[in-house]
Write a protein that binds this ligand. Sequence first.
Ligand SMILES: [Zn+2]
Length: 526
Amino acid sequence: MIATFYGAVREVTGSMHMLSVNNDNILLDCGMFQGRRRESALKNQNFPIDPKIVTNMVLSHAHIDHSGRIPLLVKNGFNGRVICTRTTTDACEHLLLDSAHIQESDSGYLNYKTLRSHLFNLKDSKKTGLTNNEKGKISQLLKKGRHKLDIQTIQSMMKDYNLDIVEPLYSYEDTINALSYFDGYPYNTPVTIGKEMIITQFDAGHILGSAMSLISFTENNKKYNVLYTGDIGRYDSPVIKNPTMNFPKDTENIDLMIMESTYGARHHGLIDDLKERMKTVINETVENKGSVLIPSFAFGRTQDVVYVLHELYNKGEVPRIPIYVDSPLGNKMTKVYAEHPEVYDKATHKTFLEHGENPFSFKEIEYTESVEDSMRIMKEKTPHIIISSSGMCEAGRILHHLRYKIHNPKNAILIVGFMAQHTLGRRIVDLSQEFEEAGRKGEPPQVKMLGKSYPLLAKVEKMNGFSAHADQEEMTTFLKKSNLNIKKIAVVHGEEEQSLEFARHLNENGFDAMVPTVGEEIKILK
Ligand SMILES: [Zn+2]
């Protein structure tokens, strides 16, 4: 058996590995690279293998950094099945179509910019410089209404001028086609994926539908087990179950484990502290007659936050002010959650389902869809809570809510997710920290968004406990307390220093761990 590591190798995005056994090639995840725009665009376009050689694909969970290139895989000739859980199938339908929409609008915008500067140069043949009015007229030619790009006109004009058209990584149609290759199964169900090769998926506790994939096969009359963890969740997270610890007896000897290491060198706070802190922030803000704004990822974090708020409301620990979930994608993802109570943990069944309650629906919560509704709640004067995306404040409705709330010291911005470097979310966290450390004295920091500067006076509260990834200690507990005997561990899905530190920690604790490099092959023979 050969395992090759293609993506999320010494980094956190672009998950993709391949198992080659007998004549079968099984792809583990097919994720999108994210981060610096140009660099990731190149990595996403260049597929390191020919998709036609892949027998079947195994998808650990719906997050785009694990699933985002499946439409490209299918477009380039993959003809097998995408094996995952049923919940992942449902979640991918929304997440991949949303991704296609982003690909299309990104490439549309790049084409618009190329054509516009070409037209500016044509009109300004004497290089005297165009007036803003002249530039505005040219830009408007390429738009429908004030903001929407006229894609058809742009493409046909670019052809006329012989300009290079940037194609989207994949289109809406490519994605609809790719979704028909998905094949969802319940957890703990063996499925044949190759010659004498079976996969069983177990709950990974990372996000609704996330799975660890146990692949068992026979090669040269010898039996092997490979476990791909995907992303591993925390113990006692809201709604979803804990990561699986007990695996079937006949599969407990693992020849190779491919394991994530996002927080391989870090330690999180306790989940219980989080409810307390959330309670304090809401109570203090409402007392000051302010509102709470929560930037949040549409899948997972939004539902976690709603769940915790519902609990706090039911226990009467915070005032029952209106809550708005203002994210069309978040609303779709909440429906996926609501449709899969079979994968909730016991606490969710006990707290809500046994009393006939839906954890995500209660009197004070409103899921807004239309732009008009979104604008209505922006202007609301009495205390309320808004949960909106994107999670790192890079795009979407959250920007407009920040515009209305960031300047007011009565309001609170609650940070519940990871804010990557170079994002607006990270800037807000860092600037606010500096301002607080200076005792809120002097000029408030300015935050630039949507073409304007806003003073950052709202309080920014950061909570780490919501993380969907186990930390070093939790991952080590998983390895030690599960019934698995593991021969070798390949550490992936972590920034280089996290992966290296985690491998070092594992080796110190009696495991045999290594960190592969991109494209590296590991051969395992018995
Ligand atoms: Zn994930």
